[in-house]
Design a protein around this ligand. Structure first.
Ligand code: IPM
Ligand code: MN
Length: 346
């Protein structure tokens, strides 16, 4: 279509600064005749302190009407831990059924990695986004006593596992290496592990060209460091995916360049794109934040909306910028955004 209607949620801390640069690059990437409409929403710590609200039903109704959502970061030390996480981030993922949490890791030339040698890193993690231990299905008895018992039940449905596994197979099929790794812990988590493994093996029969493997999550953390080139597409549950994608970001250039999409492939609700990093209140407002992860999230957003050409242009601009970065003096958030916008328009 010739227009994009975007909900913009800058959020807290550096969220404001990085989102401004993301929008700058987005505007530069779009052809002249594509109309970009944005509506800003003030979710996050300020709104919570002012009203006690994190995300209301009316907010969800308003967000529902947009084509996609761009988020900066939500979170502030002034808000008790868990309030914005559950009340905003997870609430939005669950309400809009963002079951594909897409987190690509690509080590671009010129980018530092803590790994030895010259590792080739180019894989994408498809993290399930609506089930597992994130559902809030648990409880406490004898709270506060030395006999307290806390449970946190991991919920895995055949429906939820199958749809994310199918999405991952389709992504693997579309990539040159066509390899898909299931990461789980089916030697210990036998109920959920067998559900995942059985569905994975069933769907694999429909994708004879895709090479498959299974790796336990603990071993996967080793391979992500010692043999990252082994991975092409990884599919895993919500919590394992949370943990291994931070590790993946750390080995492939850090959270300054890690982008993510919270995707509802059906399009029934808008998908949300955000940098993996948080609000970094310690450096907020100083122009020190690297907007690259947000810019790469904008590329994922465009690809999701079917704008492959513009997405690729942005990714190429980021690659070129990162390749030259070592030779440049330190730049501000806005200077990096300007440079990327200029390359994209270029
Ligand atoms: C992430 C974050 C969130 C998660 C938190 C903040 C709820 O760590 O997006 O990876 O655990 O999913
Ligand atoms: Mn995380």
């Amino acid at each position: 279509s010739r227009s994009i209607d975007l909900a913009v949620i800058p959020g807290d801390g550096i969220g404001q600064e990085v989102v401004a640069e993301g929008l700058k690059v987005l505007a530069a990437a779009l052809p002249q005749d594509v109309k970009l409409e944005t509506k800003e929403y003030d979710f996050g710590a300020r709104r919570y302190h002012a009203t006690g609200e994190t995300l209301t039903d009316a907010d969800l109704d308003a967000l529902k009407g947009h084509d996609a959502i761009l988020l900066g970061a939500i979170g502030d030390p002034s808000v008790p831990s868990g309030v914005l996480e559950r009340g905003f981030l997870l609430k939005l993922r669950f309400a809009f059924d963002h079951h594909v949490n897409l987190r690509p890791s690509k080590l671009l030339p010129g980018v530092a990695t803590p790994l030895a040698g010259d590792p080739q890193i180019d894989f994408v993690v498809v993290r399930e986004g609506t089930e597992g231990p994130y559902t809030g299905n648990g409880g406490t008895i004898r709270k506060g006593t030395e006999h307290e018992v806390a449970t946190e039940v991991s919920v895995n449905t055949a429906f939820g596992v199958e749809r994310v596994v199918r999405d991952a197979f389709a992504r693997a099929q579309a990539r040159p290496r066509k390899k898909l790794t299931l990461v789980h812990k089916n030697n210990v988590l036998t109920f959920a592990g067998h559900l995942w493994t059985n569905i994975f093996n069933q769907v694999a029969e429909e994708y004879p060209e895709v090479t498959t493997e299974y790796i336990h999550v603990d071993a996967a953390t080793i391979y992500l460091v010692t043999q990252p080139e082994r991975f092409d597409v990884i599919v895993t549950d919500n919590l394992f995916g949370d943990i291994i994608t931070d590790l993946a970001a750390a080995v492939s250039g850090g959270i300054g360049v890690a982008a993510s999409g919270n995707i509802n492939p059906s399009g029934a609700y808008p998908s949300m794109f955000e940098p993996v990093h948080g609000s970094a209140p310690d450096i907020a407002g100083q122009g020190k934040a690297d907007p690259t992860a947000t810019v790469l999230s904008v590329a994922l957003l465009l690809r999701h909306l079917g704008r492959e050409a513009e997405a690729t242009r942005i990714e190429d601009a980021v690659s070129a910028d990162l390749a030259e970065r070592g030779a440049l003096p330190e730049r501000t958030t806005a200077e990096i955004g300007d440079a990327l916008a200029a390359r994209v328009a270029g």
